[in-house]
Design a protein around this ligand. Structure first.
Ligand SMILES: [Zn+2]
Length: 288
């Protein structure tokens, strides 16, 4: 079997075996000593079986996903904090507005949040959750419609998307084609760097049924460079207070927003969490 890294072509090695959540099967976690990309070698490719209604309702491989609740209760869900953070980041990059695509938008909650605040936003996604969003009136494209949107977007977000896909460069090249020159790709995915020597203890690798690609900032920078982007470091923490607030609450299994939670010192908490998990260290892409 070819054990070369799909990103930098160095040799990869087996880091360890992680048990799946759905049926306890063994997944091989490989890692590359060149770019530090790690990935599930024998990933499940029966995507329609794992990304089904159960998955999007939080009864599948990742119990912390619940798109239906977020779609039906957008103002009450803790997800609202994350949307607020990403919206701030959009406004930072596009202060005068611009065309925004949320790539892998799930049920489209972020798209709806952005449109309500005046943004010219669209989502793209296939599957059960996207159909729920379309029925709720959210503009969500099918993946096979993207060809006619070449070079149309100023800003593309891909929120917790890259860990789900086996060939990140292929997807990044597609995203690049959709952007105008100078357009921004903002993405979030877990940062594998703090977990380099204990990858199997990291929550991201513990759903190997659906999380199959893991990145350090330098891995993502290489992926971006190979896909027609310049990779840039985040210059300001704007938006990350809210994004990290959501991540903390989600991991503590909070579903609802509350005034009591809002009184906590989130600026300080988010900085402390970021120092440990390095959420804000991943680069973003500028289309060249
Ligand atoms: Zn590599």
């Amino acid at each position: 079997m070819n054990n070369l890294c799909p990103i930098c072509s160095n040799q990869t090695r087996l880091f360890g075996i992680q048990k799946g959540k759905l049926d306890q099967r063994d997944f091989k976690i490989m890692t590359c000593s060149g770019c530090h990309y790690s990935f599930v070698q024998n990933y499940r490719s029966d995507f329609s079986m794992i990304y089904n209604e159960d998955y999007y309702r939080g009864r599948g491989a990742d119990p912390m996903v619940d798109y239906l609740y977020e779609l039906q209760h957008p103002d009450r869900s803790v997800r609202n904090y994350e949307w607020a953070g990403i919206y701030k980041i959009f406004r930072t990059h596009c202060p005068d507005g611009g065309r925004w695509l949320d790539f892998g938008c799930g049920a489209g909650g972020l798209v709806r949040y952005a449109i309500k605040r005046g943004a010219d936003a669209l989502g793209v996604e296939d599957g059960w959750a996207a159909n729920q969003g379309r029925q709720a009136g959210i503009p969500i494209l099918h993946l096979d419609e993207l060809d006619s949107y070449s070079g149309q977007f100023d800003f593309i977000s891909a929120i917790e998307v890259l860990e789900h896909i086996p060939q990140p460069i292929d997807v990044l090249v597609k995203i690049r084609k959709l952007l105008k020159p100078g357009g921004i790709l903002f993405l979030t995915t877990g940062n594998a760097r703090p977990w380099r020597t204990r990858l199997l203890n990291w929550s991201y690798t513990q759903c190997p049924d659906v999380h199959i690609s893991f990145y350090e900032p330098q891995t993502l920078a290489q992926c971006l460079l190979k896909s027609g982007f310049e990779a840039r470091e985040i210059e300001s923490f704007t938006g990350f207070v809210e994004i990290i607030k959501f991540k903390v609450l989600k991991n503590l299994r909070f579903k609802h927003r509350s005034r009591a939670l809002d009184f906590l010192p989130w600026r300080l908490i988010s900085k402390i969490v970021d120092a440990r998990y390095q959420v804000s260290r991943h680069p973003f892409g500028v289309a060249v």
